[in-house]
Ligand binder design. Structure first.
Ligand SMILES: Nc1ncnc2c1ncn2[C@@H]1O[C@H](COP(=O)(O)OP(=O)(O)OP(=O)(O)O)[C@@H](O)[C@H]1O
Ligand SMILES: [Mg+2]
Length: 378
């Protein structure tokens, strides 16, 4: 790493304050310096990192510190737009170019002219659209759907993804030429667990934010509680930490918190449930309490599965087929879609409406999840 001069450090601190970027780990210091360097240019930036690491925060900082800051930054979630209309959404369309196109319409690139377009979830862009996107990156040119006249825009592109694009290239879902073009400036935001020093700083920031917002005093916490926050896996990264702080502050109201109190707000998958026991050898954890909590969580998981099964089998535990129902086929279909609806509902609840994490858990694409949410009116 290059040596950081005092002047640069002050600038960086000021920059972070201005754009709400909390973090003093070496990783964040280096990252912010790259961001400061690329922001004033027109270079395309690819921001990568797990869900909730702060990709959108960084995108806003890049736009905010650019010469385009007075113009808009149009944010597009590529994963949320149905494939059939993505091209007309991005590039616009001419009147009558397809059924329902009753008037001409500007696409997001035209709306962002002079400013920035932030293409979130770029890994979800369909292959056919990727070619057109590459053309815009190369020379700013595009065609509206239904038009053969090339138009030009002056747009700075920031793209983000939590997918491993190299993997996507290998499996044929992402064009290699586009990948090479995008990755020339790649800002990779490390997961929170890779920069543990930032956890207490972020924690403090969120405590401050939510204490003021809710008028609640924070009652402090024990060393064991602090340790648990540091050792936790933080699957949902900074977003998860922020949510945990808010729930905890509101529900525990001024109480001095121990590891147990905090543990209630953390997602503990089986492998993580073992973690506090390892940690407890070095620190002063109450093993029995932690084991007890793990057992309660297991019990809750089992209750959830039981409820899900009830939805499929019916309350008497027998399936539609076994009960001799005349409308077997219909019954079975209803049960399946009901089961799907419940699984989606449960996943959304579990991840506090974070659709990306819910989609990951359900092993479906975010786009499919959006469609299902609409379909079931969730
Ligand atoms: N370094 C940071 N300092 C302060 N707040 C942060 C930081 N990073 C993230 N946050 C906060 O965490 C939350 C999630 O951040 P953000 O939406 O930018 O993540 P993301 O990487 O875009 O997530 P996703 O992949 O799910 O879209 C936001 O509330 C944001 O303000
Ligand atoms: Mg985001």
């Amino acid at each position: 790493m290059n040596e950081i001069s005092v002047e640069q450090t002050l600038n960086r601190t000021e920059f972070q304050r201005q754009y709400g970027i909390v973090g003093e780990s070496l990783e964040m210091q280096e990252l912010v310096q790259v961001v400061q360097h690329v922001a004033p240019t027109d270079i395309t930036v690819l921001i990568t990192g797990e869900s909730g690491v702060g990709k959108e925060v960084i995108a806003h900082a890049i736009h905010g510190a650019s010469r385009r800051s007075k113009k808009t930054m149009v944010t597009v979630n590529c994963g949320a737009i149905p494939e059939g209309i993505i091209e007309s959404e991005l590039f616009g369309h001419e009147k009558g170019s397809f059924t329902g196109a009753s008037s001409e319409r500007k696409g997001y690139f035209e709306l962002a002219d002079g400013g920035t377009i932030f293409l979130d979830e770029i890994g979800e862009l369909p292959l056919a659209t990727q070619v057109k996107f590459l053309r815009i990156l190369e020379n700013g040119e595009f065609l509206r759907v239904g038009s053969s006249i090339a138009r030009k825009v002056d747009v700075r592109v920031i793209a983000a993804t939590n997918k491993d694009l190299e993997n996507e290239v290998r499996s044929g879902n992402f064009r290699q030429d586009l990948f090479y073009r995008l990755r020339s400036v790649n800002v990779r935001i490390p997961a929170l667990r890779e920069r543990k020093e930032d956890i207490p700083l972020l924690f403090e920031r969120f405590i401050e934010e939510f204490s003021v917002k809710n008028g609640i005093r924070f009652g402090g916490m024990t060393a064991a509680a602090t340790e648990l926050l540091q050792q936790y896996y933080w699957h949902g990264n900074v977003r998860e930490l922020r949510n945990v702080v808010e729930s905890m502050l509101v529900l525990e109201r001024g109480k001095r918190l121990d590891a147990d109190d905090i543990g209630k707000y953390l997602r503990m998958p089986v492998e993580d449930r073992m973690l506090p026991m390892v940690v407890s050898k070095q620190n002063d954890f109450d093993e029995r309490q932690l084991l007890y909590r793990a057992l309660i969580e297991l019990k809750n998981d089992m209750l959830e599965v039981k409820n899900l099964l009830k939805g499929v089998l019916g309350s008497d535990g027998t399936s539609g087929r076994m009960s001799g129902n005349q409308n077997n086929a219909v019954q079975e279909n209803l049960s399946l879609s009901e089961m799907e609806r419940r699984m989606i509902e449960t996943a959304l609840k579990k991840f506090r409406n974070n659709r990306r994490l819910a989609a990951d858990e359900l092993q479906i694409s975010e786009r499919t999840l959006y469609r299902k949410i609409k379909e079931y009116g969730l």
